[in-house]
Design a protein around this ligand. Structure first.
Ligand code: ADP
Length: 805
């Protein structure tokens, strides 16, 4: 009886293995074949003898054999069953893909064991290679693989689509020009390194796309190794980084240009660099930059290094006419003008433009206006192309960005040149100012009150006798002010510190060199400069003026004295009368007194009364004499507070004899509450006396009407006081009134003709005015007005009699 076990042992395994539809063979671990089944032999067409030993390996595809053996070696080492892909040659020479399963035979526990191989034919797509290809085809970027010799075996669908090429065409990359000529060499170097050392290829290169456009691609290629580290193929991936790369390049270009602008490099250099950047970023184009000339009617060439010289010369100075060429149109319309094919564009038909561009080899032309910050077109960037293809939207965008930088550069250059011009003008103005200050002896200054900071012009320093370098302080200034003027100077400073908006003072300076100078300073607080008081002002050296005034005053005093003495002579008779009357009274009283004292008994009461009358008359005489002395003494003028009514009354009293002799009917009308004026009392009285005597003279020949003389005072505007003397004399010619005030003009036989001239200069030296008008009726009116005394003028002696010698 056969046991079940025996029945199993009786199975013909050799027959079974031969009957299997799959391929089976057995090798020793060194690859020495000891068995191949029938299916194997039928498929490969090799006999058992041919297949044994290493003969079975001849059926494997030569390209796969190395990898196969390597993989098997790894499997053998690990002792674990695994699969290996490989192509097996059919009897007719065609290769088909198989998956080979290798497993050690159960009885073998060592590396010398036998291995059983099972080969299953698989569809190409299900092999690792096939799966890889399908996977690669799904990728949205370019990918593929190369064999160990670096030859492209497979390029994915994205690659073939992108380049519009077959696998075979792509393999010709060395000669097809698909790689930009400038990137070719680095590609070769990196490829060689990859193949010789296995170092990863990682480069950015420009690849040619259908339509002639090169795009930046980041290509990476890595070796694929088997379990032993042997390279079995290379996998490549390529990603289009053109947008990124352009953005990077654009950014770098923009940064570079803006740095140039910021550094203030000459506009020509900036525009030249800009045009070159445009040419790099817009492949195959030529960039020209035209600027609008200051007259806004012509172009000036700004840049165009790669534009033919003759074309640049043609463009230089060309009129901007708006309709005839793309550049003008872009500037006038302030918008971009794109002409893809200049020969076809109807806008330029009839203009010289198409034929001109043809001469220089350009077919397309895109003009983009450069806008300045003020909204005007300051130029135009024009991009020419030899081919009749305009700019792509990306390129338009890019050039547009460059027009913005060009706008900034042009604005900056114009602002710079305007600034330089202003600086030049300012320098000239300053030197003129300095010259003007020197000539007019007027300097300017600023004074920061709280900081005690002083900014003085050269001239102010010169007037004070300070050197140009010294730091000025208020203490230094005060130390040079004349001791007699320091009080008024300090009170001015005090007012300014306390907030007065202006100051105005004439004071004297005693320079450290011992020179005396008169200075007139005016200042005004400039609130807008800082948050604290700063005065700006001017200071004039008025030394000469003041000295001249002093001389003038002396001369006037001399002349006034002469005139007064002359007046005295005309008044001798009436003065003699004024004096002789009380003296006669004294004489009469004296004899009466003697008589009364000599009587028996002496008339003491009468004598006392008579003595009193004598004293009265003596006082009257002495008073007259005092007044005369006061009037006719030679002295320099002094300012005091004067009541014009009082001063006038005295003059009227003094001249009353004279006026009576002239038969003048005197009327006085003195206004009440008149403000005091600040003047030299004697000089003022002389003016009044002069007017009265002239009026009396003017009426001396009048017989047909009363000789009325009105003397009137009144207050005028701003505390001024006015006095008028109206007569009914011969009158004045209204057209020649001013002549009367000329020195030495007289119509009188014994006149000197200086009275009115002196009177006017006296009144004007008191900042007043003296004038004459013809009356409505007969006669003339002479008036003066004189400003009221400021409060600081000290009250002077009211009668003015006792203060003079
Ligand atoms: P003088 O009295 O010595 O002539 P003035 O300068 O005082 O010098 O006067 C100049 C001239 O002005 C006089 O000669 C006279 O012709 C004219 N004049 C002055 N006052 C009067 C007046 N009140 N009416 C008309 N003419 C006058």
């Amino acid at each position: 009886m056969r046991t079940k076990k025996n029945a199993t042992a009786e199975i013909d395994f050799g027959g079974l293995v031969n009957a299997l539809p799959g391929m089976v063979w057995i090798t020793q671990s060194d690859g020495h074949g000891s068995f191949v089944n029938r299916s194997w032999r039928e498929y490969t067409g090799l006999s058992l003898d041919e297949a044994l030993a290493h003969g079975w390996q001849t059926a494997l595809h030569p390209d796969d054999l190395g990898a196969f053996l390597n993989s098997w070696n790894a499997i053998r080492q690990s002792g674990v069953a695994q699969e290996i892909d490989g192509r097996l040659r059919r009897f007719d020479g065609e290769y088909r893909w198989f998956v080979f399963h290798a497993s050690p035979l159960p009885d073998s526990g060592s590396v010398d064991a036998h291995w059983c191989w099972l080969g299953v034919c698989v569809d190409e797509r299900s092999t690792l290679d096939g799966r890889l290809r399908r996977f690669f085809d799904m990728l949205p970027w370019q990918a593929g693989f190369l064999n160990t010799a670096g030859i492209s075996e497979f390029s994915n669908r994205q690659s073939l689509n992108d380049f519009h090429m077959t696998q075979e065409q792509l393999e010709q990359w060395r000669t097809s020009g698909i790689i930009h000529v400038d990137d070719f060499e680095k590609n070769v170097i990196a490829s060689t390194a990859l193949l010789s050392t296995g170092k990863m290829y990682d480069e950015q290169i420009r690849m040619l796309y259908p339509g002639g456009e090169y795009r930046w691609t980041r290509a990476r290629c890595v070796p694929v190794r088997d379990a032993h580290g042997n390279i079995v193929r290379y996998v490549t991936f390529q990603i289009d980084v053109d947008d990124l790369k352009r953005a990077e390049t654009l950014l770098a270009a923009e940064v570079n240009l803006l740095e140039m602008v910021a550094r203030g490099e000459p506009l020509g250099r900036v525009l030249d660099a800009l045009s070159r950047h445009v040419e790099v970023l817009c492949h195959g184009c030529f960039c020209s930059i035209l600027m609008v000339a200051p007259d806004a009617k012509h172009f000036r060439v700004g840049a165009g290094a790669n534009i033919p010289q003759a074309f640049n010369e043609f463009l230089e100075g060309r009129t901007i006419d708006g309709g005839n060429d793309p550049c003008s149109l872009a500037v006038v319309a302030k918008s971009s003008v794109f002409t893809a094919d200049v020969l076809e564009d109807s806008r330029w038909r009839g203009s010289e433009w198409p034929s001109l561009l043809k001469v220089y080899g350009y077919a397309s032309c895109c003009a983009l206006p450069i806008m300045s910050g003020s909204g005007e077109a300051s130029g135009v960037i024009t991009v020419y192309r030899p081919k009749a293809i305009g700019l792509t939207p990306a390129e338009q965008d890019l050039v547009d960005r460059f027009t913005k930088i060009a706008g900034i550069a042009i604005d900056r250059a114009r602002a710079d040149s305007a600034l330089q011009m202003r600086e030049r003008e300012l320098r000239e103005a300053l030197s003129q100012l300095a010259e003007g200050q020197r000539l007019s002896k007027t300097g300017s200054f600023t004074w920061d009150v709280l900081a005690d900071r002083h900014n003085w012009s050269e001239e102010v320093r010169r007037i004070f006798g300070f050197n140009q370098e010294s730091t000025v302080t208020m203490a230094m200034v005060q130390a040079t002010v004349h001791p007699e003027d320091i009080d008024s100077f300090e009170s001015m400073i005090g007012d300014a510190v306390r907030g007065a908006p202006d100051f105005d003072l004439v004071f004297r300076i005693l320079t450290t060199q011992g020179e005396l100078r008169h200075a007139h300073v005016v200042g005004h607080r400039a609130d807008l400069i800082t948050d604290r008081p700063v005065f700006i002002g001017a200071l004039q050296d008025v030394t000469e003026r003041e000295l001249a005034e002093e001389r003038l005053n002396r001369a006037r005093a001399e002349l006034t004295h002469v005139a007064r003495v002359a007046t005295l002579s005309t008044m001798t008779a009436s003065i003699a009368h004024e004096v002789s009357q009380p003296i006669a009274g004294i004489l009469t009283n004296a004899s009466t007194l003697v008589r009364m004292l000599a009587a028996e008994p002496p008339n003491l009461v009468g004598a006392a009364e008579t003595a009193r009358r004598t004293i009265r008359d003596a006082n009257r005489a002495s008073e007259v004499v005092k007044r005369l002395r006061a009037m006719f003494t030679k002295k320099l003028p002094t300012l005091e507070r004067v009541d014009v009514n009082d001063a006038t009354r005295e003059v009227v009293a003094l001249s009353s004899g004279e006026l009576q002799r002239a038969h003048a009917v005197v009327q006085t009308h003195f206004a009440e509450g008149l403000p005091a004026v600040s003047c030299d009392r004697v000089q003022l009285q002389q003016v009044i006396l002069n007017l009265l005597l002239n009026a009396a003279d003017a009426m001396s020949g009048v017989v047909d009407r009363p000789r009325t003389l009105l003397i009137q005072t009144e207050s005028g505007a701003k505390d001024s006081v006015r006095l008028l003397v109206r007569d009914s004399g011969v009158g004045v010619d209204p057209n020649a009134v001013e002549k009367l005030f000329d020195a030495f003009y007289t119509t009188k036989a014994h006149g000197m003709g200086v009275g009115l001239a002196i009177s006017r200069s006296i009144i004007e030296s008191h900042k007043g005015r003296l004038w004459a008008v013809a009356n409505e009726g007969p006669g003339a009116t002479f008036s003066f007005s004189i400003p009221g005394a400021p409060p600081e003028v000290l009250a002077g002696p009211v009668d003015g009699l006792d203060s003079h010698d």
